[in-house]
Design a protein around this ligand. Structure first.
Ligand SMILES: [Zn+2]
Ligand SMILES: [Zn+2]
Length: 526
């Protein structure tokens, strides 16, 4: 029953939340990340396509389940609900699809899971004699801190304390708060390494997944320090925080190196990042105004001149959120009853706009990707657009208008890709997804946008963070059956679950959206 015979090696899986491949590659080549350098030299690597291009908050759930976002109940923690044409607060607990560790457990494989981001505690991990630690030190994970067996949580807390970071977004960009966050992130990496290696030694496992949250926390708050082209880079240098991301990556490299050594040469190692980090240049908060100007919002479009230039509207609730010290914000929010906390969240994301009477409106999504929903008859509570031809006409018109937005300074387009989400993702929960997602160009700094239809809008920053997700992840694999120095093209985050299952000798369910990646040397295939 146990799958660790000679054909099925033990698997050490390390999740690096939002670790950026371009930085890993650069610092590994410079000799700063020796464990990563060895993984690159001795193993097979792949850049992974990711759902971060459309729905960045789904990346880990898609990785663990091997399924696309339309098969999952949750795409964002504040998400659109067509039944009310309003917002709903959604936790990670609502996702019911099994993760790869559930299939492994059911097949009798002993599997351990620690700090898998944005995923709840498994219901069946005991079946294979496994264990799980959920949300001890994961980033922005909306589920209970819990364990299987349940006393494991107390044991971890007693031995290692609580994770040093906690809610990293409960800070602001004041120098003292950032300095503290940086220290805590580096401490948290060390704690993670110690907890993971303790679990690896003390527990029985055939497959072990461990997630480091640090790249996510450090990347959002310190991106301007690592990116010399960022408008706030000089400020980061003056504050002495330009080395923060490198320090955290080097700390991870040390822990990872020790974990790989502990797993031994016979283990197959897969190190996975499901999306990366880059600068945060976007106008997602301005989509409601843009939709109004295009004539689809609830408000009649104001008459305007093509050469008119003006300040874009701001959401006062976001400005308030940016002004209050982060810890105070979270403190105030925590004292409110849940219903009021939800109302506050909705205000941060929608500025209190009502969508009845609008043909199109902006719905929440992760900062750097904007989202637009159309009000369709029979689908949305206050539907106005006929499905079919009218739907396609409105969708094409909005997409075309967005593609024509340029940065007035450089003349370059500010939008990289508009996705027709319902063409891309298929599944039982497709109905709640936005109709269009808007991937802004993150490759250069811009702060205004212009088009013949809307004139020029000067954007006011409404984010405290300087880092936003990049749209691809990576896989680094090594092991006795893995080709050295090889590169796989065309991998995606959906492929990780089937690859883990195949390596363990467990058949993958047929409705997964990925396929097992061929990590073995080419000559092993007939
Ligand atoms: Zn993030
Ligand atoms: Zn965090």
């Amino acid at each position: 029953m146990n799958k660790t015979d000679g054909n099925h090696p033990r698997q050490l899986l390390v999740g690096l939340d939002a670790m950026e491949w371009s930085l890993v590659e650069r610092w590994a080549a410079a000799g700063k990340l020796p464990a990563f350098r060895r993984l690159i030299a001795n193993g097979t690597r792949s850049v992974l396509a990711s759902t971060a291009e459309q729905l960045p908050d789904t990346i880990w759930a898609c990785t663990f389940t091997g399924m696309n976002p339309a098969k999952l109940e949750k795409y964002f923690y504040v998400q659109y609900d067509p039944r009310t044409q309003h917002l709903r607060h959604v936790t990670d607990d609502e996702i019911t699809r099994p993760a790869f560790w559930d299939y492994l457990s059911e097949a009798g494989v002993r599997v351990g899971v620690a700090d898998a981001p944005k995923f709840k505690l498994s219901k069946c991990i005991n079946a294979g004699g496994g264990f799980q630690l959920a949300n001890w030190g994961a980033h922005a994970t909306k589920t209970a801190r819990a364990a299987v067996p349940s006393n494991l949580l107390n044991e971890v807390q007693a031995r290692f304390g609580t994770h040093a970071v906690g809610e990293c977004d409960a800070v602001d960009d004041k120098p003292r708060a950032l300095a503290r966050l940086r220290r805590n992130v580096v401490t948290g990496v060390k704690q993670h390494g110690e907890v993971f290696r303790w679990l690896m030694r003390e527990r029985q496992w055939d497959v072990f997944f461990a997630g480091f949250s640090a790249p996510h926390c450090i990347g959002h708050h310190f991106w301007h320090g690592a990116d010399e082209s960022h408008p706030r880079h000089a400020e980061a240098v003056a504050a002495g925080i330009d080395g923060a991301i490198e320090e955290a990556y080097r700390a991870i490299d040390r822990e990872l190196g020790e974990m790989i050594a502990l797993a031994g040469p016979q283990a197959q190692v897969m190190v996975v990042s499901a999306h990366g980090m880059g600068p945060l240049y976007h106008a997602s908060w301005n989509l409601p105004e843009i939709i109004d100007l295009l004539g689809y919002g609830g408000q009649p479009p104001r008459k305007r001149e093509e050469n008119e230039s003006r300040d874009a509207k701001v959401n006062p609730w976001r400005i308030l959120k940016m002004t209050l010290p982060g810890a105070l914000q979270y403190h105030i929010k925590a004292m409110l009853p849940q219903a009021m906390q939800d109302q506050l969240l909705f205000l941060w994301y929608s500025a209190g706009r009502q969508w009845a009477g609008s043909r199109a409106f902006a719905v929440p999504n992760n900062d750097a990707v904007g989202s637009i929903r159309l009000a369709v008859k029979g689908r949305d509570k206050y539907g106005l657009i006929e499905p079919g031809e009218e739907y396609r006409r409105v969708r094409d018109d909005i997409a075309g208008a967005l593609y024509s937005l340029t940065d007035p300074v450089s003349g370059r387009p500010v939008i990289k890709r508009v996705t027709y989400v319902h063409d891309e993702y298929k599944g039982p929960f497709a109905n709640q997804l936005p109709d269009l997602t808007v991937l802004w160009d993150q490759s250069f700094a811009w702060s205004s946008l212009r088009s013949p239809r809307i004139g020029t809008l000067r954007i006011r920053g409404q984010d405290s963070r300087t880092g936003g997700h990049s749209t691809y992840g990576f896989l680094l694999a090594t092991g006795p059956n893995v080709a050295p120095g090889a590169l796989i093209h065309g991998g995606s985050i959906y492929d990780i679950a089937p690859t883990v299952l195949e390596t363990a000798g467990v058949a993958a369910p047929r409705d997964l959206d990925g396929r097992a990646l061929r990590l073995q040397p080419a000559e092993t295939y007939a």
